[in-house]
Design a protein around this ligand. Structure first.
Ligand SMILES: Cc1cc2nc3c(=O)[nH]c(=O)nc-3n(C[C@H](O)[C@H](O)[C@H](O)COP(=O)(O)OP(=O)(O)OC[C@H]3O[C@@H](n4cnc5c(N)ncnc54)[C@H](O)[C@@H]3O)c2cc1C
Length: 212
């Protein structure tokens, strides 16, 4: 079977594309190596522009009924103690708040909405694009341990920072190639945190010399 569009990666980029294209009547195959709901290290902050995109995709109400934590401010502090507090902008008709939504839930809502709008979802680890006569005509990947081919008129690589397709097409660097700019993210959820001001807080610590 040939799909109109195959999307590699069902994070927010891939599933948003799947929703928009399925709504337009295209036959969309959405692939991810993980089974949803799956987690992703992230600050979980969705700003006013993301909420406007949820409107466009017709998924805002599905998020709204979950009563996620509202964030109305962004607070940034520097290692020497300076602190900046900014209200979410009200420009361009955007809402003056965002939400903090655990990615495990947010990404699953978007994936479900893509399926509700007609996209086909498959657990599939994309390995590389199929290139014929200079054109990408599909992708190869692993499904239930077997190497499988999927054919599409268009392929969208939304498989994140370490995109398998991007690397094969020479469009992204492997992480090991820019070590100097690499950082490690550790994310945890806490109960009973105190003295929070109802927003997203970003605090830069003094650099630990032993880590340089
Ligand atoms: C520590 C940290 C905090 C952040 N905090 C925020 C924040 O608060 N707010 C914000 O807006 N952004 C934040 N970001 C950025 C945000 O996480 C990314 O911009 C966003 O996840 C990118 O979405 P995406 O859909 O492009 O990719 P991803 O979310 O990375 O999704 C890629 C998908 O592709 C799948 N995939 C990967 N390889 C393959 C393969 N070979 N085959 C099939 N599937 C594959 C993965 O399983 C994944 O589901 C943060 C990032 C980090 C690291």
């Amino acid at each position: 079977m040939t799909y109109d569009i195959i999307i590699s990666g069902a994070g927010p980029a891939g599933s948003s594309a799947a929703i928009a294209l399925s709504k337009k009547g295209f036959k969309v195959l959405l692939l991810d190596k993980e089974k949803f709901p799956r987690d992703k290290a992230c600050g979980d902050g969705f700003g006013p522009k993301s909420l406007a995109l949820f409107d466009d995709l017709g998924v805002y109400k599905k998020f709204e009924k979950e009563n996620f934590e509202k964030s109305e401010y962004v607070i940034v502090s520097s290692p020497n103690g300076h602190k900046m507090r900014g209200k979410a902008p009200t420009a361009d008709g955007l809402r003056d708040f965002g939400w903090v939504i655990p990615r495990k839930k947010a990404d699953a809502i978007l994936v479900d909405h893509a399926v509700d709008n007609g996209a086909e979802l498959d657990e599939f680890r994309v390995v590389e694009p199929i290139i014929e006569n200079g054109f990408v005509v599909g992708i190869k990947g692993r499904h239930d341990g077997n190497l499988v081919e999927k054919r599409g008129r268009m392929i969208i690589a939304a498989d994140g920072v370490n995109s398998a397709i991007g690397r094969k097409m020479g469009m992204s660097l492997h992480l090991s190639q820019y070590r100097e700019h690499m950082a490690i993210a550790a994310r945890a959820y806490f109960k009973g945190a105190e003295n929070l001001e109802g927003g997203i807080e970003i605090h830069y610590e003094k650099q630990n010399k032993s880590l340089r």
